[in-house]
Design a protein around this ligand. Structure first.
Ligand code: BES
Ligand code: ZN
Ligand code: ZN
Length: 489
């Protein structure tokens, strides 16, 4: 993490590598500091830059030898249409440009807007730059040093910066957590499997004074986690369940976060095709989010007690694999007929949600890369949410809006519950029809949460098929920031 400062200076004297200047289209550029507006006006008058949203124009030494070496003009579009998310993303796009150039000392001029709160604008601009500051080189042969920023200075041209500065630890913890999720989800399954994931959790728990308990196969058998064990039994890498606890004094609320941690999802005997398997090392993103969020909550001393449960398994085809047709006696006592071993996430979660429901927590939220259907429904930029507690669902959607991590609710349609009936067992793990797959997966999970106030997030937005704004190609790292927004509240 670079050093970060937010000051009310105007950036004129900033002698770093690049000053990022977000600009509105139209005539609002007169509100820019003079040293910047002269330059911006010149390129705009010559029609080379219209300041359309995300439009980028890098200018070399625009003010002679004084100030930053580069000024990056980035468009925000029409001021009437501006949102915090657009500011975050426009700054992120410019910051990714700087990062790739290897520039280290970066300034950002927070735009002055009529409609948005100054503090929130400053926070969004800071987040945009920091979220973009990510490169993962651990798996490059030559081990090049990752391109990272050294200093990020945010300038507000006279606006009060106290509130944004006070918010800085939350920004930093959220960004660190986002990057942690990206790294964990990028790490190949040959390196990150249940055992090594659990070791990573133990290491972080120790660093951040979290209580950590790892259930190995023996403990899982004793604890009745038969569905977890069934999913994992085809792999030479045994399953683990990790329980992490953050317990501040005087906490008035207890939240349980549950994460799907399928370290690799081959589909098992219901084997996926080759291309569908390419990204399945990221099927543990839910568990990574839980781990990263607990660390972040501890860093910012969130005022709630949080328990994190991570269900870590590898879903593989093998002579010892669980089979289509097998009936599992889940931890809850409900029996499940497995008709497709690729619908494994809901089986892992069923045991963990049942455990969570026994804890008498105020809220239970699970996070899972559960269905391809969520991607079909919402694309890879929006996560799906469902739940038994509408207030909780709405709070998460609101947190997604605040942090720019989109979440959209799908209904738990009662009529679809019948599709999960099995002639043999209490439930089957698939409906046998493709339609509404995200909803029917949600209905399956609901069978195991008892009376808890529960929400389920299907993480369609966890993998970006291309680089965009502050997000690199690959894992987006979404999750901890919207959770943190809710947890610190
Ligand atoms: N991990 C996948 C879901 C997934 C697929 C996430 C693609 C992201 C991208 C999950 O375990 C799975 O395979 N689900 C099946 C369920 C089906 C068999 C009912 C799916 O979505 O096809
Ligand atoms: Zn699967
Ligand atoms: Zn899966």
């Amino acid at each position: 993490m670079p050093t970060v400062d937010i000051s009310s200076a105007n950036g004129k004297d900033f002698a770093g590598d690049a000053l990022i200047v977000p600009v509105f289209s139209g005539r609002e550029r007169h509100r820019l500091p003079l040293s910047v507006s002269k330059v911006a006006r010149a390129v705009m008058d010559e029609q080379d830059f219209k300041a359309d949203y995300q439009e980028l124009v890098p200018l070399h030494h625009p003010n002679g030898v004084k100030g930053a070496r580069w000024m990056i003009l980035v468009g925000l579009g029409d001021e009437e249409q501006v949102t915090l998310n657009k500011i975050r993303k426009a700054v992120g796009t410019a910051a990714r440009h700087c990062l790739k150039k290897g520039w280290k000392d970066i300034g950002v001029l927070a735009p002055s807007t009529v409609s948005l709160d100054h503090d929130a604008v400053q926070i969004a601009a800071t987040e945009g730059a920091l979220l973009a500051d990510y490169e993962f080189t651990a798996f490059k042969g030559a081990k090049p040093e990752a391109k990272k920023f050294r200093n990020v200075e945010v300038f507000t041209n006279g606006d009060d910066t106290r509130k944004a500065r006070r918010h800085l630890p939350i920004i930093q913890a959220g960004v660190t957590a986002c990057h942690r999720v990206r790294e964990l989800s990028s790490t190949p399954a040959g390196h990150l499997y249940p055992e090594t994931f659990a070791v990573e959790a133990q290491k972080l728990a120790k660093q951040h004074k979290l209580h950590c308990e790892v259930l190995d196969e023996k403990a899982l058998a004793e604890g009745g986690f038969r569905s977890v064990l069934a999913v994992g039994q085809g792999s030479s890498k045994g399953p683990r369940v990790v329980k992490l606890e953050y317990k501040p004094k005087d906490a008035k609320r207890h939240i349980v976060l549950v994460g799907k941690g399928v370290c690799f999802d081959s589909g098992g005997l219901s084997l996926k095709d080759a291309s569908s398997m390419e990204t399945m090392k990221d099927d543990m993103t839910g568990a990574a989010i839980v781990l990263a969020t607990l660390v972040a909550a501890a860093q910012v001393e969130a005022p709630v007690r949080i328990t994190g449960l991570m269900g870590l398994v590898e879903n593989m085809p093998d002579g010892n694999s669980y089979r289509p047709g097998d009936v599992l006696h889940s931890r809850s006592g409900k029996t499940v007929e497995v008709l497709n071993t690729d619908a494994e996430g809901r089986l892992v979660l069923s045991d963990l949600l049942h455990w969570a429901s026994e804890m008498g927590a105020d809220h239970v939220v699970d996070l899972a890369t559960l269905t391809g259907a969520a991607l079909i429904a919402l694309g890879d930029g929006v996560n799906a949410v469902m739940g038994t507690d509408q207030k909780l669902v709405e709070r998460l959607i609101q947190a997604g809006g605040t942090t720019g991590e989109h979440i959209w609710q799908l209904p738990l349609v009662e009529e679809y519950r019948d599709l999960l009936k099995s002639p043999l067992a209490d439930l089957k793990n698939i409906t046998g029809i493709r339609w509404g797959g995200t909803i029917t997966a949600g209905l399956f999970l609901r069978e195991f949460v008892g009376n808890a106030s529960w929400a389920h997030v299907d993480l369609a937005g966890c993998w970006s098929s291309k680089e965009r704004d502050y997000r690199p190609f690959g894992p987006s790292g979404e999750g901890p920031r919207f959770l943190l927004d809710w947890l610190v509240d």
